[in-house]
Ligand binder design. Structure first.
Ligand SMILES: C[S@@+](CC[C@H](N)C(=O)[O-])C[C@H]1O[C@@H](n2cnc3c(N)ncnc32)[C@H](O)[C@@H]1O
Length: 255
């Protein structure tokens, strides 16, 4: 495992004991975990084989399994995986949880209709092209790699005062320009004031994502950008800025 990934794994494991995700009752009552926008791109769920990587406590995999998917959830932090397994047991559903590095997945994790990464997962991939190329080989022909993420424009901008936006990182170079924006730290870090630990995340811009799809021989089937004004709280014109995106690409049939 690369040093960066090991360090990032330790960073997440230190937080994992404090992260529970949504409640089992919420999942049982059909509460939304994967949004309609994501589901529109994922396509049919029932009976399909689904892999969620950087899955945290596996809420998306659990939610999709409740909708009929055969789901596997992989995360590098063992405590996240334990929490997910306990939730699956409580729900009485069969979701396979694995501790693993998404940049070095087990060879037998293959033949998926959907591979999905979401909401703060992609930034832990150090080499996007290599990672997408590997995911492409794990899809069935016609299967989709779906990325639902914070928009890279949001990643590099910080609201630093009323109606004041500051560039905190480069859209192109993944270098921090200004101080780290605490608003973008994981919720538990903010809530519990956990001690800072070394870690390294990457900003992948939309050109990087689309280029990686194309170089892997995938066919781009969706790229939807959305505004989420509360993600730029304090900035009046937040509705004019992208906050999230969903991108998807398909392995061509016959490949
Ligand atoms: C912000 S959380 C993702 C949240 C999740 N997608 C959700 O919506 O609940 C980031 C996750 O990435 C995991 N992670 C970081 N590096 C990883 C790696 N190399 N392989 C697998 N998981 C990784 C962390 O343990 C953490 O659970």
């Amino acid at each position: 495992m690369e040093d960066i990934t090991r360090q990032n794994g330790d960073y997440w494991e230190a937080m994992a004991a404090h992260r529970r995700g949504v409640t089992v009752e919420y999942l049982q009552s059909g509460g939304e975990v994967v949004s309609p926008e994501e589901l529109a791109v994922i396509g049919p769920v029932d009976g399909r084989r689904f892999l969620h990587v950087a899955a945290s406590v596996g809420d998306a995999a659990l939610s999709l399994a409740l909708q009929g998917a055969r789901a596997v959830a992989v995360d590098i932090a063992p405590s996240h995986v334990e929490t997910g397994r306990a939730k699956a047991a409580e729900l009485g559903i069969d979701v396979e949880f694995q501790v693993g590095d998404m940049t070095a997945l087990r060879a037998d994790l293959t033949g998926f209709d959907t591979i999905y990464i979401s909401w703060g997962g992609l930034c832990w991939v150090p080499d996007l092209r290599a990672w997408v190329a590997d995911m492409a080989t794990r899809l069935t022909p016609g299967g989709r790699l779906v990325i639902a993420e914070h928009h890279p424009v949001w990643e590099v901008l910080s609201v630093t005062g009323p109606d004041q936006l500051t560039l905190s990182a480069s859209y192109f170079e993944q270098e921090w320009i200004g101080p780290r924006d605490l608003a973008k730290e994981p919720q538990v870090v903010k809530e519990l004031g956990l001690e800072w630990r070394p870690h390294k995340a990457f900003v992948w811009n939309l050109g990087d994502v689309i280029s990686a799809f194309l170089e892997a021989g995938l066919v781009v089937v969706a790229l939807r950008e959305s505004q989420v004004p509360q993600m730029y709280a304090g900035f009046t014109h937040a509705g004019h800025l992208p906050a999230t995106y969903v991108a998807a690409a398909e392995r061509p049939s016959g490949h």
